[in-house]
Design a protein. Structure first.
Length: 553
């Protein structure tokens, strides 16, 4: 499949925080590395970096050596920079997840450069990954210090970062049933039924634009798998440090590396055209939810809006990955409400008249393919969290024991109407929420919830409201030239009344737009029409009712 290609690359400054995941081991032994610097004029010096079980984050007289203040401009210099102190030798504590050294270099001539060199054999027995990183005018260069023993830096004064990373085992627990998974190991080809012993045969799938049944776990790809029981999996390093994925428009399941990766590092990738707000995590209890991070061992749905490639890696030191994730806001003038299944996290929906704001992408509110049976899911029937024309129908799967409907109001004075349909129950339940309102309803057997913007009139109680769509006979009939057409709406909806002659030609349109639940009437003036029989039709919520009337002049 050309849509996916994998390229493992050297570990680039893996992340240095792991939310909610505890490391299972740290570096066992220390190491020390001497780094030599030299410029073309023959100026040279050495610095020493490393770790020790006796080292601390501060100055240790038995291990470290301070450096004097930097020399004047025009002088060669090589030193370690740490907060307000400079060092020629700096030995830190044993690395738990990562250790970092900042190095400053300066040639005697600003038009020249400094070359750094080191003995790669010193790092052979040391745990973890060692990378040297510096910036050029166009990009950031990362050197695997085990593979290469030197680096020729750009001209002039430069800042260099050396990262030592010790990857940590990750333990993840998966519940019984369908799970979205990923596998962050560096090598590809792992057997999913070996990694997940309780997996039911024939239930391993991925979705890369369409569903397929692969044979093995691959880095960066996400999968559905069904477990026969709760299972705890130990994910062991070495983890992949980076993988290149290619996308066409459509839905994909992806996964992250062996560390928790911020969403911003994925969405802000150069050239990436992901649909904002489309990254979704999944659980049987909550269904789909917006995701802030890619967690090791988990899979995530995401929607592509174009053709492009990205690299997924754990480089949390970049400015991109530290940017906060903005919450997706609803379109202006749309009403916002939430539906909460049992005691789980609430899901937010948006309802309004028309989506005229060109800065809002409707795909940002789209939902991934419906999850397996048994998992909670709720969405408008257009597979979205947004509906227009003032009304929409929520399809509900596995609703749970209760649902909490909440309507903040967004400074609106218009209430929301919820008409709840249950399997095997003839009469629907109507819930009306004023702005700021909230109500808990029985979740049993709910299959649909019709939601509409509406107003309950002061002289019409809920019991007096029409319980079905009705179109009355016009009065008077026959008429000349004015008559009145009455109709009843059980809930707020988009309404139009159209007049046709007997040839099928539409001659008039009355009351086009959203109207509140209740009894309504409209006057029709046929002064410009000739005598004859006419048809009038009521369109509402996909239903059409028709009657005849006679004009006599």
């Amino acid at each position: 499949m050309d849509l996916l290609r994998y390229r493992l690359m050297p570990l680039a400054a893996l992340i240095f925080f792991v939310t909610g995941i505890q490391p299972l081991y740290a570096q066992d032994t220390g190491w020390q590395l001497e780094i030599a610097g030299e410029d073309p004029a023959g100026n040279s010096s050495n610095i020493v970096i490393g770790t020790s079980d006796e080292g601390t984050d501060g100055y240790d007289s038995a291990l470290d050596q301070f450096a004097p203040p930097a020399p004047p401009n025009g002088s060669y210099d090589l030193r370690i920079v740490d907060d307000n102190d400079d060092y020629f030798r700096q030995i830190g504590p044993l690395t738990i997840v990562s250790s970092t050294w900042s190095i400053s270099t300066r040639p005697s001539d600003d038009d020249e450069f400094v070359t750094l060199s080191w003995d790669t054999s010193v790092l052979t027995e040391a745990e973890g990954v060692f990378e040297l990183e510096y910036s050029t005018e166009s990009e950031t260069q990362v050197i695997d210090m085990r593979e290469s023993g030197s680096a020729e830096l750009p001209t002039g004064e430069q800042s260099v970062t050396i990262n030592h990373v010790v990857q940590q085992s990750v333990t993840e627990t998966y519940s019984e049933g369908w799970q979205l998974i990923g596998y962050p190991a560096e090598s590809s080809g792992a057997d999913p039924y070996t990694v997940f012993p309780s997996a039911i045969p024939g239930t391993f799938f991925t979705h890369q634009g369409s569903y397929s049944e692969p044979e093995s776990l691959e880095p960066g790809i996400g999968y559905w798998i069904r477990l026969s029981e709760e299972e705890t999996v130990d994910l062991e390093p070495p983890f992949f440090s980076g993988v290149s994925l290619s996308f066409e428009p459509g839905w994909y399941i992806i996964s992250g590396p062996g560390v928790e990766l911020p969403v911003s590092s994925v969405f802000n990738a150069d050239g990436a055209d992901f649909v904002e707000g489309s990254l979704k995590k999944f659980s049987l209890e909550n269904g789909y939810e917006d995701a802030d991070t890619l967690r090791p061992g988990r899979g995530y749905w995401v929607r592509s809006n174009g053709t492009f490639s990205i690299e997924i890696n754990g480089n949390s030191t970049s400015s991109q990955s530290k940017q906060p994730v903005e919450q997706l806001a609803g379109p202006e003038n749309f009403s916002e409400f939430t539906v909460q299944n049992d005691s789980n996290n609430p899901l937010t929906f948006f309802l309004g008249e028309s989506l005229e704001d060109e800065s809002v992408n409707p795909l940002s509110f789209s939902m991934p393919p419906i999850p397996p049976n048994g998992a909670f899911d709720i969405r408008f029937t257009n597979d979205s969290r947004i509906a227009t024309n003032g009304a929409g129908t929520l399809a509900v799967q596995s609703p749970g024991e209760s649902m909490v409907l909440t309507y903040p109001g967004n400074n609106s004075e218009i209430p929301l109407e919820f008409e709840i349909t249950r399997k095997g129950v003839e009469d629907n339940q109507l819930v009306v929420l004023a702005p700021g309102g909230e109500q808990t309803v029985d979740g049993s057997d709910i299959t649909e919830i019709d939601v509409s913007l509406g107003v309950v009139s002061s002289n019409e109680t809920e019991n007096e409201r029409p319980n079905r769509l009705e179109l009355a006979q016009n009065y008077p009939n026959p008429f000349n030239p004015v008559t009145v057409i009455g109709y009843s709406l059980p809930r707020s909806s988009e309404v139009s009344i159209e007049i046709y002659d007997m040839t099928g030609r539409r001659v008039a349109v009355l009351n086009e737009g959203v109207q509140n639940a209740g009894r309504h009437s409209v006057e029709f003036d046929a002064s410009d029409l000739s005598s004859g029989i006419y048809m009038y039709r009521l369109h509402s919520s996909g239903n059409v009712l028709t009657r005849k009337m006679t004009l006599v002049k």
